[in-house]
Design a protein around this ligand. Structure first.
Ligand SMILES: Nc1ncnc2c1ncn2[C@@H]1O[C@H](COP(=O)(O)OP(=O)(O)OP(=O)(O)O)[C@@H](O)[C@H]1O
Length: 648
């Protein structure tokens, strides 16, 4: 389950990334973090930067003070006098320590304030971009993987900020030491670099290796996480016990974890090898440096006090370098992850639903689908072929057909979620003025549509939120939430729950309750009603309802259509479609028949007639015209056509 295709492609890209390119990428990524910090809280960012510069200066003054103390101590004269003369330099050292502590505290307070804001800014930008991606783009596995990979870097921004602060701190300290060392003797500076380089090389190499590995195994990690999630999910609890699915899942987890452990072992071995090589080179370099210092001291090129300061500075700098290498290693790892998030955000923007477009006619009266074909990305056959459909306000339009015939795909085309591969979808106004969906303002399209998909989400939220989320672009209106719940016949149930509308409709939370499948479907119906849109697309809205609830639900849809809404009903319950104003029959992505129930039943050997009679036979009803079949709203709803007329 490794990310095979993308793995090869991605490995190449990362492997080609040379040290210089990575060194160039680091400031860019730190720039992303700093920009996010500046936009979120400029005062806190300015505080952190000032504190860091101050810390660099105190480090330099500290070394100057050490040099002052040592020069006095190594000068000629009685010990008491030398100590006396060293007092001002010692006082400066003490002052520098107090200053360092104060600046450190200030930096900690400011970066603590800044970090969560930076994380929020980067996360919000990423998640906003991801939720605006065209549905069809999310169907492409390589896009989906890149978008998914971006998720791991959202908190990297926070860690990068804290690491950048530490790195800046250490770098400023090292630069200060370097300046002081260079001013003592020019040859001391290259020594510092020679010690640092091998460790820097080792750190970058390890970080790259880990990152490449993480990218290869991204699908694997997702699968392992999903397996574990099933084990604790309440809705899977029954099957896990009754079908012994738990042991199967655990076995799968163990096998997959075993593979990951092998990879971890490989990484650990490679890292140990790199560390050894880097440590050996660094050790040899340190030996050479101290040898050179010895030579400078013995050949008289360096006074003994300066030699002492150099040893203090080099020891401090070597300590700082070791910490710098560790910090840069972490920083680099975080940078690669943040880079993934930035790339995912940019990719999402490239595949985003356009934000501009022509406004729809006001009011929209109909949607006309003309000669529309649609093929899902990666599919070899089209799911829709040259489809012509008209959906009018004030009517119930039914889509029927065998499994996989294209009904849900057509509903998504009607709702503007998918754009046709060929053909047009026109949104039409009262005087026949029209806008094609590709040119339309899609936000306007989405505002005009209420949608209940077959697999609508059961949000782990309160009952009220589960309905109000049907119109996430409007502030919650409890009166309308209750009205929508009443329209879906679920208000009584919710009000009877121990915490009423505030009950969390998911077991396992405090105030959590469990709803049945049919009750959930009513909540889903209420949600699409709350949308209050002129076009309502409902895909199998009654599949989990009992017979009475089902009949009532269809009657309510009829009433809704009579009030001027266009209802598009997808169902396999053909008794319900019998009263639809117009029925389209799909077969392998084509519309093979359309008309009223009576017209379709009058076509001997027709697909609709065959399906209807097959269902009727289950009830022992045999009429070939379906006259014996009680349509759910026959006789109960007013004659809507007479009452409302056909608007178009
Ligand atoms: N996301 C997708 N990616 C690729 N192919 C898809 C996708 N969704 C559906 N299909 C294919 O498109 C065809 C039509 O599917 P669709 O879901 O529209 O059928 P349907 O008529 O709604 O079926 P059902 O009655 O079973 O709900 C099927 O062959 C299906 O496999």
């Amino acid at each position: 389950m490794r990310w095979d295709d993308a793995f090869v492609e991605h490995e190449g890209a990362v492997a080609r990334l040379r040290f210089a390119q990575m060194a160039a990428a680091l400031p860019r990524m730190v720039g992303v973090v700093l920009r996010a910090g500046w936009n979120a809280d400029p005062r806190a960012l300015a505080g952190v930067v000032t504190a860091q510069i101050g810390l660099g200066l105190t480090a330099a003054y500290g070394l100057v003070a050490v040099n002052g103390v040592l020069s006095k101590l190594f000068a000629n004269g009685p010990a008491a006098d030398k100590l006396q003369q060293a007092i001002p330099a010692l006082a400066m050292l003490a002052l520098v320590s107090v200053g360092t502590a104060l600046l450190q505290a200030w930096s900690t307070a400011m970066s603590g304030r800044l970090e969560p804001q930076v994380e929020r800014a980067v996360s919000t930008r990423y998640y906003r971009a991801v939720t605006q991606v065209e549905v069809v783009a999310t169907e492409q596995p390589e896009i989906q993987r890149h978008l998914e990979a971006g998720r791991f870097g959202t908190d990297s921004a926070r860690r990068m900020l804290s690491l950048s602060v530490s790195v800046a701190n250490v770098v400023i300290g090292i630069v200060a030491s370097a300046v002081v060392l260079a001013s003592l003797h020019w040859a001391l500076l290259p020594m510092l670099l020679v010690i640092a380089l091998p460790k820097g090389w080792g750190a970058v190499r390890s970080a790259r290796r880990e990152h490449i590995s993480r990218r290869h195994w991204i699908d694997h990690r997702r699968a392992v996480a999903t397996l574990l999630q099933y084990l604790t999910l309440p809705h899977a609890a029954g099957e896990i016990r009754a079908h012994s699915a738990g042991s199967l899942l655990l076995r799968g987890y163990e096998e997959m974890s075993g593979l990951m452990e092998t990879e971890q072992r490989r990484l650990a071995r490679a890292q140990a090898h790199t560390d050894l090589v880097a440590g050996a080179f660094s050790g040899v370099a340190a030996l050479g440096c101290y040898g050179m210092l010895w030579w400078l001291l013995t050949s008289g090129g360096l006074p003994i006090a300066v030699g002492g300061t150099a040893v203090v500075a080099m020891r401090a700098s070597t300590g700082r370098l070791t910490s710098l290498v560790q910090q840069i290693n972490l920083l680099y790892e975080e940078m690669l992850q943040l880079n993934d998030t930035e790339e995912a955000t940019a990719l999402a923007a490239r595949h985003a639903i356009p934000r501009t477009g022509k406004p729809l006619p006001s009011p929209v009266r109909a949607i006309r689908v003309r000669d529309v074909s649609f093929t899902y990305p990666g599919a070899t056959v089209p799911s829709l072929r040259s489809v012509d459909v008209s959906v009018r306000r004030g009517e119930v339009t039914a889509l029927v057909g065998a499994n996989g015939s294209g009904k849900s795909t057509l509903a998504k085309i009607l709702g503007g979620l998918l754009l046709p591969s060929d053909g047009q979808v026109w949104w039409e106004g009262p005087a026949g003025e029209r806008v094609e969906v590709r040119e339309a303002d899609r936000a306007d399209v989405f505002r005009s549509v209420g949608l209940l998909t077959q697999d609508f989400p059961n949000w782990q939220m309160t009952a009220a939120a589960n309905i109000a989320i049907g119109a996430g672009d409007r502030p919650r209106d409890m009166a309308r939430v209750k009205e929508a719940a009443r329209a879906a016949d679920v208000d009584g149930l919710i009000e009877g729950l121990p915490h009423g509308w505030d009950s969390i409709v998911f077991k396992g939370y405090e105030r959590g309750v469990q709803l049945s499948g049919g009750q959930w479907q009513k909540v889903g119906n209420a949600r699409s009603r709350y949308r209050d849109a002129p076009f309502l697309l409902v895909d199998e809205p009654t599949s989990a309802l009992d017979p009475h609830a089902e009949i009532e639900a269809f009657e309510r849809l009829r009433t809704l259509a009579d009030s001027g809404v266009a209802v598009v009903l997808i169902t396999h319950r053909l008794a319900a479609t019998a009263s639809a104003d117009h029925i389209y029959v799909l077969d392998h992505g084509r519309i093979t028949e359309d008309g009223t129930h009576e017209q379709l039943m009058a076509r001997p050997g027709g697909l609709y007639q065959g399906m209807f009679e097959a269902q009727a036979a289950q009830y022992g009803l045999t009429s070939s015209r379906g006259a014996d079949i009680p349509a759910p709203w026959r006789g109960t709803a007013p004659d809507h056509k007479e009452e409302t007329g056909r608007p178009l």
